[in-house]
Unconditional design. Structure first.
Length: 85
C-alpha cells in the first residue's frame, strides 16, 4: 500500500444518542471529541440511529425528528392536498 493514498485509521467510539450504547471500532472518519477508554484514546462520533435503537433490530417503534424533517414533510404535502375533492 502506498502511504500517501490511504487515510489514517484511528480508534473510534460510535455513540448512539437515543440509547447511550457505545460501539468501539477503527475508522477513517473524522471526529472532534475524544474519550479515553481502557487507556486508549478514542474519537467520539455521535449517531442518531444505530443497530441498538433501529426499529428493524429492536422491534420498538421510536419517533426521531432530526432538524424538523417531519414539519418539512407535512408542510410540503399539506399544500398538495388542499382544495378539490
Amino acid at each position: 500500500m502506498k502511504k500517501e493514498k490511504h487515510p489514517a485509521s484511528n480508534p473510534v467510539c460510535f455513540v448512539d444518542v437515543s440509547s447511550g450504547k457505545e460501539f468501539l471500532t477503527v475508522s477513517t472518519a473524522r471526529f472532534r471529541e475524544t474519550k479515553v477508554i481502557d487507556g486508549i484514546t478514542y474519537g467520539i462520533i455521535n449517531c442518531d440511529i444505530t443497530a441498538a435503537s433501529h426499529p428493524a433490530y429492536t422491534g420498538i417503534k421510536r419517533f426521531v425528528d432530526t432538524a424538523g424533517r417531519v414539519e418539512k414533510f407535512e408542510k410540503r404535502f399539506s399544500r398538495r392536498r388542499t382544495g378539490g375533492s
